[in-house]
Ligand binder design. Sequence first.
Ligand SMILES: O=C(CO)[C@@H](O)[C@H](O)COP(=O)(O)O
Length: 277
Amino acid sequence: MSAAPPPSCAAHCACCRIAPSMLASDLSSLYSEASSILAAGADELHLDVMDGHFVPNITWGSPVLASLRKRLGGEAYFDCHMMVAKPSQWVEDVGKAGGSRYCFHVEALAGDPLDFPALCALIRGAGMEVGVAIKPGTPASAVLDFVSLVDMVLVMTVEPGFGGQKFMPHCLPKVLELRTKFPGLDIEVDGGLSPSTVDAAAAAGANIIVAGSACFKPGANRPEVVATLRRSVEALGNGREGGELTEMPRKRCPVPHVQMGAVAAMFAVGLARGMMK
Ligand SMILES: O=C(CO)[C@@H](O)[C@H](O)COP(=O)(O)O
């Protein structure tokens, strides 16, 4: 028996946004990595905040966000994915540090003094947009009643905590369920996304694509990866074709500039010798 085809949504109008996960970048040069990926066409910077309790890993908090914000200026969009046990605890700090969207995990609400609506109000009061994330084992029904309170739902396609994991396609029916019920909703997918897995997520209805390793792995052509991810959402989610798709960036010149200079010099010498004969 052949495997079931991946789920596929009707064309929707939710705009594609590409949000590279900075966790996979060279963290010793966070500012230049962020600048480079924005220059490559990224729409958002996906910033994974992990507290060592909600997930078995620790990354960074508001001091790092604030210093990145200071150097990048006000334009860059900070998609803060809060993998923390008590989401309400960090809202004020992350807002002050320049977070643009505060995405909390619905699973963490059990240990938080605030309920869903109160937490959303706190986040908006701190000047940020609201996202809610669900882990692979959490059904979409956990957030369905609250969609009107949020700007985005993040469907995790790996267990949160670490970059570089394998994409879990069995999470995609949740994306399709949300897209079918909410055609204009921002739906983000995160974990194992790359040019070879994005089509399944885009076809299910995801319009915000987080990709860490794919964007930052050594040798990656960043503009090409970002454009490839975007074109997938435009084609399979928005139903665009041909010239309506974002253009692929022009390929790099296969001959490095140094070599080009050497070729030009040899040509000039040859020409001069010919003239001297
Ligand atoms: O939230 C997480 C992991 O918890 C992600 O944002 C990953 O950092 C994505 O990395 P790749 O799977 O794309 O390498």
